[in-house]
Design a protein around this ligand. Structure first.
Ligand code: BGC
Length: 361
């Protein structure tokens, strides 16, 4: 009997030890990752969020994906606070205002939570571990080069007339988009071959709060009225726009002023948002930049895996992005040039969109 009880005890102890190990293993598998996105009102962030959630879940993580209303900074701060309080091990954050997260991220640092800045750099915080984005300066140079080459600025006499639009002043990315574009266009503005009638050539003057389509439309309408631009009035050869949501506002204003396919000023963009791809097909936007959010999301999943496992994180840039506390090790994905000539291969053949997504009603 004594022997039987002894065996029973050993069996019980062994079973409970196995059970405990099993629970610990299952517990280790459900590492929580917080993903904080700025808004659902712009198509790209919905895609970024959805892609990342799917890929992180596939990799075995539990994902807390939050959108901060429509670019609402206090909402984003509160959501990040919750992610830290509810034990997320890694935070992936696309900041609305890159400088508004310093306070909330102090507690991430204290709790040893790793922070990946997603697409937009988070400024003035030493809690930021890595930055995953596209090569933002290159986005700007592709846009600027497109304007230079389409207007043949090196061979034509000119002058050509242009107006300049960039994005939200609180988004660090505009330094690179606008800076990249100006690195190409500025010499021609200086020499007088490109003329900005409004004289609004600084980043602050060209900025569009919140990357808002409506704000861009209003500013373009004012420029049209003030400088008398129009197909039958003063010439406007090109409008530089840093992205698609801004370009759509510019298109609305230009169409209302009588421009259309055939006489439309050169107009740049970025993101290949569906409405902008449709505008390209209709000849009322000239180009966009394709940033495959699947590539960025999968890069971030690699980063998360490496951080969780404690293995080296793959980066390809350790010099460009200083957030005010030092250089943030970054991975820059390649942006791709898109026009009406290659959108089918880029967007439909690659499975990014369905043909029906781009049907023009
Ligand atoms: C992103 C762009 C986007 C813009 C507006 C930028 O930070 O890099 O892709 O168009 O924000 O949301």
């Amino acid at each position: 009997m004594k022997k039987f009880l002894c065996v029973l005890l050993i069996v019980l102890l062994a079973t409970s030890a196995m059970f405990a190990a099993g629970t610990a293993e299952a517990g280790a598998k459900v590492t929580k990752i917080g993903v904080s996105m700025p808004t659902q009102s712009l198509q790209r962030w919905n895609q970024d969020g959805a892609n990342m959630k799917a890929m992180l879940e596939e990799a075995g993580y539990k994902v807390d994906l939050q959108y901060a209303g429509d670019n609402d900074i206090p909402t984003q701060v509160a959501q990040i606070e919750n992610m830290i309080a509810f034990d997320c091990k890694v935070l992936v954050i696309a900041a609305i205002d890159g400088s508004a997260l310093t306070e909330v991220l102090k507690s991430a640092k204290e709790k040893g939570v790793a922070v990946i800045a997603y697409d937009r750099l988070i400024m003035n915080s030493n809690a930021v571990s890595y930055y995953a984005t596209f090569d933002n300066f290159k986005v700007g140079t592709i846009q600027g080069t497109y304007i230079r080459d389409t207007l043949k600025l090196d061979t034509e006499k000119g002058p050509f007339y242009i107006e300049l639009f960039t994005g939200s002043p609180d988004d660090n990315n505009i330094n690179f988009f606008f800076g990249g574009a100006m690195s190409i266009l500025e010499p021609y503005i200086k020499s007088g071959k490109l003329v900005v009638r409004s004289g609004q050539t600084s980043k602050a003057q060209a900025a569009t709060p919140n990357w808002s389509t409506e704000e861009a439309q209003k500013r373009m309408e004012t420029l049209i009225t003030t400088y008398n631009y129009g197909p039958k009035a003063n010439r406007l050869d090109a409008v530089y726009s840093s992205n698609d949501s801004v370009a759509q506002g510019i298109t609305n204003a230009l169409v209302a002023a009588g421009y259309g396919k055939g006489n439309f000023p050169i107009l740049t963009g970025q993101d290949c948002d569906k409405p902008s791809v449709k505008n390209m097909i209709m000849g009322i936007q000239s180009m966009s930049i394709f940033k495959d959010t699947r590539t960025l999301a999968s890069k971030v999943v690699d980063m998360v895996n490496a951080i969780v496992k404690g293995t080296p994180v793959d980066i390809n840039d350790n010099k460009t992005y200083d957030n005010g506390t030092g250089i943030i090790p970054s991975f820059l994905c390649e942006p791709v040039f898109a026009t009406v000539d290659n959108y089918k291969t880029l967007l439909i053949d690659s499975g990014y969109y369905k043909e029906s997504d781009l049907t023009i009603n």
